[in-house]
Each structure stands twice: as C-alpha cells, then as structure tokens.
Design a protein around this ligand. Structure first.
Ligand code: PLZ
Length: 451
C-alpha cells in the first residue's frame, strides 16, 4: 500500500515493470483463442490482456505492469478499482442485479438523477434519464430535442465524434474506421465548421467569428427555425482534443437560445472532473439545454445519462423514453460511489494539477522539437498534435511510432484526431505524480527519438 499527498491509497504497487519480450505466453495464448471466436472488426490497441488494474497501473495476465494514460478512454477517472466503487457494487449486487426501472423501480436510479441534476451546470429545474452507453445518451438527447421542438434538423460539427449507432454515426465526422461501408446514415444531419485554432486558415479568427461562420452557414443551408438541436463536444475527443477558441461555445449557445434550438453539450468524454471542472462547458459558463454523460460517471460500470431542462424532458409522453437495462441498479450504485470519490479526492483540483505538471513539460519539449505542432487541452484531457518538421502537415506516422514506442516501454497511450496525428493523455485522475512523471519521461524519450 502506498499513499500520495492527496491521501489516495493503492492496492497495486504503482510502478512500471514490463518484460522486454511481452506479450508473454498467457497473452499470446489468449490472442490465439480470441482469433477463433471474436469478430475481426473489434480491434485492441495493446497485445496484452488485463488481469488487474488500480490507480495508474494495469497489470496483464503475465505479470507486466503498464502505466495507464488512457483510463479505458476516459472512463476510470477514480481508478479501475476504487474501493468505494467496488464496495458499492458488491453491496448492490448481493441484493439484486436487475429488475428493470420500467417495471419495478428502485432508489439508486433516483439517487443518480439527484446527483446529476445537482452537478450539471445551471440552477434551472432539471430532469434526468439513464441509459447504458454514450451513443444511447446522444440518440435520446436528439429524440427529446426533436419531440420538444417539433423540428427535424440536427447540426453537428467537423471533427465530431458521437458514437457508432446509426444516428450517432451520422453525427460523427470521420469515415474511417467509424462509418466506411456502414451506411446509409440517418437523415437531417448537417455538418458545420468547427473552431480549430491550430488549423484555422486565419489564425486571428476569434471564437465569436468562428461561431458566426457556422451560424451563417446554418441559416443559409437549413434555416435557424428548422433546427431541432445543435450538438457539440465542448472539447472534441476522438477528433483530436480540439479546444475551440474562447467565445465560440457561448456565441453558439446564445444564438441557439434566440432561435429556440436545443443546445446539447456532449460531455461523454469531457465530463466528471476530466477537464478540472465537473463539465467542460463550465470553463466558459455555458449552460446547455441538455447534457449527455457516460464514461467517467460510474467508475467503469456501464451507465450513461442525459440531464436537461425539465420542460424539454417532461414534454415526452410517458413510456417514450427507456430501455431494458438503462440505469442498471449495480451501475447506479457505482455512480453514486464514484461521484462521492470525485468529491472526496477533489478530482477537479487533481485534474488541474495534472494539467500544470504535464503542460509545463510538454511546452518545454515543444520549444525543442520540430514535430510538435500544438500542445493543448484542459485538466487531464491533454494532447500533442504532431506535424512534419517546420510545416502544419499532419504526421500520423510519427504519432503511431511514438505510441508504439511508449507501449514497448510500458506506457499505454492513445492516439486520436481526424488526421491520426494526435497523442492524447487521459490518465486516471488518481494517478500519482511519480508515476505520471515516469510515463512522461518515456513519452518524451519516444518523441525525441521520432523527431
Ligand atoms: N460522445 C464525445 O467520446 C465515445 C469511443 C471509442 P459510447 N468515445 C470513445 C470508440 O472507438 O468506440 C463517445 C464520445 C463522445 C459519444 C461517445 C460514444 O460513447 O459509450 O462509446 O457509445
């Protein structure tokens, strides 16, 4: 057991330790079994199989310990085996695994709704619905917006990612690997230009001007009065951790309000302390009409939610929203415990501390290395965009090579970006400084080697 300054206790030793020739025999055997039974369309980033995970460490079946800079794609913010979450799950599961909230309801669902209504931005009257995945939350946010407005059109943005179901594929911007050959896609989805400061033709363009560019296009191509919803990730995730210019989100939200358009913030990736605030929209004081949540919400248990204006959510006829597993009681217990841990460990403060530590190191490195085009992000949602030396041409090969080298040295690191040229850092928020610095040493060496 080791303890950090912020009193987080770990079960597994927080130390990177990998055999030079991993994957070991047990992982190799599992890969063989997998090939015979698991569909080839499901890919994994690393060739080892997890046996245990805690704090910033994932241990594989052969005893290798990797530093986790992905948190299962921004999910295990409180750690993959936070004692409070584990205890709550055990307690809940001993009573009942499922009854279906639409059949025999239970308190946990209500408790989660109370927490989400309290934590999401705005002090207006709110209502919450629970689902299983991020995509399902997005689907339902759009359903509610269409019903409440009586309009069809939905506006999404360049570089957006909203999921893999039919409607959310339509909302997602990137063809490969998410959409190619999976169509036809849902209609009435319109794509508008994003504010992407690093790649703007005019680097001087302000957030308000970038919003105006999108609004003008909406008015020309659709007409504001036809639009049911604008959906946007306040910091885009899969698209490259793109932080829009200051003022972009508030201007869009203000215009949506004026036109009676439902402003949906997709905080599936950016929510729950990830950016150093409960939600990324808080950085600019934006209050969405509906907010979609998943990932970090339940410490790794599958749960998602939409929380929004009571008048919108309550416009839906009884029975209009639901699903067999939505708000599973064990997942609800985990969510209440995970939110408790976020508050107890003050993970917003912890995320801001991670930002300071990581950005400082990366900015120094950027001044020495030509292939780092941009370093950006908020809290513990940070990214490096790689370019060919002295240009803005995306450098996907270097990005891939750097991620591969990090893995070889025992650091699990994720890439993203429309051009596949972004390394994103999404550590569990409970990771200790020593482990994080060790991971950054590995990353820095890999970047220098590639440069
Ligand atoms: N909205 C903003 O980031 C999920 C998906 C990775 P689900 N992002 C990771 C992959 O390759 O499938 C995501 C997101 C935002 C919606 C979703 C969808 O959430 O829980 O994966 O359905």
């Amino acid at each position: 057991m080791t303890t950090t300054a912020n009193e987080i206790t770990y079960r597994l030793e927080q130390k990177r330790k990998v055999q030079a020739d991993f994957p070991g025999p047990k992982s190799v055997a599992l890969t063989e079994r997998r090939k015979a039974v698991v569909a080839g369309g499901v890919a994994s980033s690393v060739p080892v199989y997890a046996a245990d995970a805690d704090g910033g460490i994932i241990q594989d079946v052969d005893g290798n310990s990797f530093i986790d800079l992905g948190a299962g794609i921004a999910v295990t913010s409180v750690g993959a085996s936070d004692p409070a979450v584990v205890g709550a799950v055990k307690e809940a599961v001993e009573h009942f695994t499922h009854t279906c909230f639409m059949v025999t309801p239970y308190e946990g669902y209500i408790a989660v709704a109370e927490q989400l209504n309290r934590l999401t931005p705005g002090d207006h009257e709110k209502r919450t619905v629970l689902f299983n995945s991020g995509a399902e939350a997005v689907e339902n946010a759009v359903k509610v917006a269409r019903l409440a407005t009586g309009r069809d059109a939905v506006v999404a943005f360049d570089h957006a990612y909203h999921g893999r179901t039919n409607l959310t594929m339509a909302l997602t911007a990137k063809a490969m690997p998410y959409k190619t050959n999976f169509g036809p896609f849902a209609p009435e989805v319109y794509r508008m230009p994003m504010s992407y400061p690093f790649r703007e033709e005019n680097p001087e363009i302000t957030g308000a001007e970038a919003a105006k560019r999108a609004i003008t296009m909406i008015e020309k191509q659709i007409g504001g009065e036809q639009v049911a919803a604008i959906i946007i990730e306040p910091i885009q995730g899969e698209g490259g951790f793109i932080v829009p210019a200051k003022g972009f989100l508030p201007a869009l939200a203000a215009w949506a309000k004026e036109k009676g358009i439902v402003f949906i913030a997709d905080e599936v990736q950016s929510g729950f302390c990830r950016t150093g605030e409960w939600f990324a929209v808080n950085h600019e004081g934006v209050v969405p009409d509906i907010i979609t949540m998943a990932k970090g919400i339940a410490g790794g248990m599958p749960l998602s939610a939409i929380t929004g204006r009571a008048d919108l959510l309550d416009a839906v006829h009884p029975g209009g929203l639901g699903g067999t597993y939505g708000g599973n009681p064990v997942a609800c217990a985990a969510a209440v415990a995970a939110i408790g841990s976020m508050e107890e460990y003050d993970l917003n403060r912890r995320a801001r501390h991670i930002e300071e530590l990581v950005l400082g190191r990366l900015r120094r490195l950027q001044s020495e290395v030509g292939i780092i085009g941009d370093v950006r992000g908020r809290g513990a949602m940070l990214a490096i965009e790689f370019v060919k030396d002295g240009t803005k041409d995306p450098h996907a090969d270097a990005t891939k090579a750097i991620a591969a080298q990090c893995l070889k040295d025992g650091v699990i690191i994720l890439t993203c970006g429309t051009y596949g040229n972004v390394i994103r850092l999404l550590p569990p928020l409970v990771i200790g400084d020593e482990l994080l610095n060790d991971a950054l040493d590995v990353l820095e060496a890999a970047i220098r080697a590639a440069a």
